[in-house]
Design a protein around this ligand. Structure first.
Ligand code: F6R
Length: 611
C-alpha cells in the first residue's frame, strides 16, 4: 500500500511529484522520496516521516530535472528510515516499488555473491540491483526490467528511471494498481488517480503484465507477451476528495471493500502448502521453546480484543495450547500470573495503543516470550516484541477498524496452524486442509461483500432503532461483540454483543417488538449452529425482530428469521471472518443514513496513546 508517482514532460518534475505524493499520502506515510533525472544524472532526496519532511528537504535544495519518480511508503520490509525510503538506486538505476517480493532473501544472497552491496533492509532494493545487472550485461532498459521481473516472485507496481537511458520512464505492474495519465507534452504514472487529477483526467489503467514506456510525447504499452497494445484512455470526472477514497463516499466503506486484497496480502508468501506449514518472516521461537509453551495470553483493546477472542478458539483447537484473552487495560493493573513458559501476544492495528503496549511490557518483564500481531511496522509494539507478525492490511484511515480485524483473524489462524504443526498436534495433511480453507478467504470475502444491497435495506428499516442486540456462539460470539461495537461507534445506537447461551441469564428481559436482534448463525461450527437456532426461537416468541446472518444454502433459518443476510458457506474457523463483513456494512449504512461523520465518529481517536 505505497503511493507511486512518475512524471516526464516540459516542467521541473520535483514540484509535480511532491504535489502528487501529497494526494497519495493516505496510501502510506512513514517515509517518502524522489529521484529526479536532469537528462544525465540522478538526484535522490528521501526523508523519514510525513511528506512535509521531504518537502522541507526539497525546498532547501530542489533537485533539477524534467523526469522524475516519487514514492510515499507504507513499510512492510524494513522499518521506516531514510535508507529504507524509496527510490532505491544502484549503479545509475532508480526504482520505486509497491508490493512484496517474496523471494527477496534468496535474490539478495545471489546478488551479494556477485559483489552487490545493499544499502537498505527492503525487498524493493532488489529491483534496482537486478535491473542494473541486466543493463550491465548489455540489455536495454525495457528488456532489463522484463528480465528482473522474471526473477521475482511476488507482486509489484514498479517504476524505473536510469542515467543509462535518460529520456524515459518505464513502468510495469502485477497485482498492484497502476494508472497512466496522458497530457500534452507531458505524461504521468501513478498508483492511484488522485495524484493525476491536478494535471489530467485522461487515464489508462494498466493491466497485469503490462509494461509502459513514457516519454513527454507518447506512452507505449506492451502486454505480458511483449506485444504492443492499445489500451483505450478513460475520462475521469472525480473530484480530488472522491479520488482519494477511490470513488467511495468514506474511507470506512473503501476499507471494507479493500478486504479481499488486504486478506490476500496477509496470506502472501506465508502458506507453505506442500510442507503443510506456515512461514513467518523473522520467526525466532525455537521448536523446543514452542513445545514448552504452557499458555498463550492475548493482550488487546477494542476490535483487536475481539479478534483475540476468535483467536483463542483458533489457537486452542489447532495447537491445544490454552489461551487467555485479556483486556490490556485490566491485565496491567492486576498483578498477573506470568511464567517463563507463557507467550504473550499483543494484537494491535496501530502498534501504539498505550494499554496494549504497557501490558506487553509487563508480560515481558515477568519473563514471557512476546509477539505482536500488528499492522504498522516500526510502531512501538513491533520495536518492543520478540517477534512481529505483520497483518499487511495497508493504512487504515477510517477510525472504525474493519480490514484490521479480518487480517488479524487471518494472522491468528496462520499462527494456530504454525503452532499446531510445531507441537505435532496437527498432521501435515490436517494442516494442508486448513491452509486450503485459508487460501479461499479472499474469494469468500469478495462474495460476502455482495450482501451490501440486502444489508442496506435492513439498515433503512432499523435506522431509527434505539438499541440493538447481537448474538453469537463459539467463535461467532466475538463476531457479535464486534458487530455491536462497530454499530455503536459509528451510528451512536446503543448495542450489546452477547454469547447466545447467556441470553436467558438477563438480556432476554430486553426483548420486545421494537428490539432488532442480529443473530450470527453460519452453519459451521455445527455445535454453535444447532444451539443458536434455539436463541432465534426465543427472540421470536417474545416478539423481537430477528436479523439472521446465515449461510446462503440455509433453508431452515431463512424461515425462522424476519430478515436474512446471506454469506457464502465456509469452514468453522473461516466463518468468523466472513460473517463479520455484513456487520461492518450494517454499521456503515446505518451511520451514513443517520448523517454521522462515519470516518471520524464523535469522541473517538484512531490511535489511543493515552490511558
Ligand atoms: C474500533 C476501534 C478500536 C481499536 C482499539 C485498539 O473500531 O478501532 O476499538 O480497535 O482502540 O486499537 P489498536 O488495534 O490500534 O491497538
Amino acid at each position: 500500500m505505497c503511493g507511486i508517482v512518475g512524471y516526464i514532460g516540459d516542467k521541473q518534475s520535483a514540484p509535480v511529484l511532491v504535489s502528487g505524493l501529497r494526494r497519495l499520502e493516505y496510501r502510506g506515510y512513514d517515509s517518502a522520496g524522489l529521484a529526479v533525472l536532469d537528462g544525465k544524472k540522478l538526484s535522490v532526496v528521501r526523508a523519514t516521516g510525513k511528506l512535509k519532511n521531504l518537502e522541507g528537504r526539497v525546498a532547501t535544495d530542489p533537485p533539477q530535472g524534467k523526469i522524475g519518480i516519487g514514492h510515499t511508503r507504507w513499510a512492510t520490509h524494513g522499518r521506516p528510515s531514510d535508507e529504507n525510503a524509496h527510490p532505491h538506486t544502484y549503479e545509475g538505476v532508480a526504482v520505486v516499488h509497491n508490493g512484496i517480493i517474496e523471494n527477496h532473501l534468496v535474490l539478495k544472497e545471489q546478488l551479494k555473491a556477485k559483489g552487490h552491496a545493499f544499502s537498505s533492509e527492503t525487498d524493493s532494493e532488489v529491483f534496482a540491483h537486478l535491473i542494473a545487472a541486466e543493463m550491465k550485461a548489455g540489455k536495454r532498459l525495457v528488456d532489463a526490467v522484463r528480465g528482473a521481473i522474471r526473477q521475482v516472485k511476488g507482486t509489484y507496481a514498479l517504476v524505473v528511471v536510469t542515467e543509462h537511458e535518460a529520456d524515459r520512464i518505464v513502468a510495469t505492474k502485477d497485482s498492484q494498481p497502476m494508472v497512466l495519465g496522458l497530457s500534452q507534452a507531458q505524461n504521468f504514472v501513478a498508483s492511484d488517480i488522485p495524484a493525476l487529477l491536478e494535471h489530467t483526467r485522461d487515464v489508462v489503467f494498466m493491466e497485469d503484465g503490462d509494461l509502459a514506456v513514457l516519454t513527454p510525447e507518447k506512452v507505449e504499452i506492451f502486454d505480458a507477451a511483449n506485444k504492443a497494445v492499445t489500451r483505450a484512455p478513460r475520462r475521469i470526472d472525480w473530484t480530488p476528495t472522491m479520488a482519494e477514497k477511490g470513488g467511495h463516499r468514506h474511507f470506512m466503506h473503501k476499507e471494507i471493500f479493500e478486504q479481499p486484497r488486504a486478506v490476500a496480502d496477509t496470506l502472501r508468501g506465508r502458506v507453505l502448502r506442500s510442507e503443510g506449514t506456515v512461514h513467518f518472516e523473522g520467526w525466532n521461537f525455537t521448536p523446543e521453546q514452542v513445545q514448552a509453551f504452557t499458555k498463550v495470553t492475548i493482550l488487546a483493546c477494542g476490535t483487536s480484543y475481539h479478534s483475540g477472542m476468535a483467536g483463542k478458539w483458533m489457537i486452542e483447537s489447532l495447537s491445544r495450547i490454552p489461551v487467555e484473552v485479556e483486556l490490556a487495560s485490566e491485565f496491567r493493573y492486576r498483578d498477573p500470573i506470568v511464567e517463563k513458559t507463557h507467550l504473550a501476544i499483543a494484537i494491535s492495528q496501530s502498534g501504539e495503543t498505550l494499554d496494549t503496549l504497557a501490558a506487553m511490557k509487563e508480560a515481558k518483564a515477568r519473563g514471557a516470550a512476546t509477539m505482536t500481531l500488528c499492522n504498522v511496522i516500526g510502531s512501538a509494539m513491533t520495536r518492543e516484541a520478540d517477534l512481529t507478525v505483520l497483518t499487511n492490511a495497508g493504512p487504515e484511515i477510517g477510525v472504525a477498524s474493519t480490514k484490521a480485524f479480518t487480517t488479524q483473524l487471518i494472522g491468528l489462524y496462520l499462527l494456530g496452524v504454525k503452532l499446531g504443526r510445531l507441537r505435532n498436534h496437527l498432521t501435515v495433511q490436517q494442516a494442508q486442509e486448513h491452509l486450503t480453507h485459508i487460501t479461499e478467504v479472499p474469494k469468500l470475502v469478495e462474495e460476502a461483500l455482495h450482501s451490501e444491497a440486502a444489508v442496506k435495506k435492513i439498515a433503512r428499516t432499523y435506522v431509527n432503532a434505539q438499541d440493538f442486540l447481537f448474538l453469537g456462539r463459539g467463535p461467532m460470539h466475538s463476531v457479535a461483540m464486534e458487530g455491536a461495537l462497530k454499530l455503536k461507534e459509528v451510528s451512536y445506537i446503543h448495542a450489546e454483543g452477547y454469547a447466545g447461551g447467556e441470553m436467558k441469564h438477563g438480556p432476554i428481559a430486553l426483548i420486545d417488538e421494537k428490539l432488532p436482534v442480529v443473530v450470527v448463525a453460519p452453519k459451521e461450527p455445527k455445535v454453535s449452529y444447532e444451539k443458536i437456532a434455539g436463541n432465534i426461537e426465543e427472540v421470536r416468541a417474545r416478539g423481537g425482530q430477528v436479523i439472521a446472518v446465515i449461510d446462503a444454502d440455509d433453508k431452515h433459518l431463512t424461515q425462522l428469521a424476519d430478515h436474512v443476510i446471506t454469506i457464502p458457506p465456509s469452514s468453522a474457523l473461516i466463518a468468523p471472518i466472513i460473517a463479520t463483513i455484513p456487520l461492518q456494512l450494517l454499521a456503515y449504512h446505518v451511520a451514513e443514513m443517520r448523517g454521522n461523520d462515519v470516518d471520524q465518529p464523535r469522541n473517538l481517536a484512531k490511535s489511543v496513546t493515552v490511558e
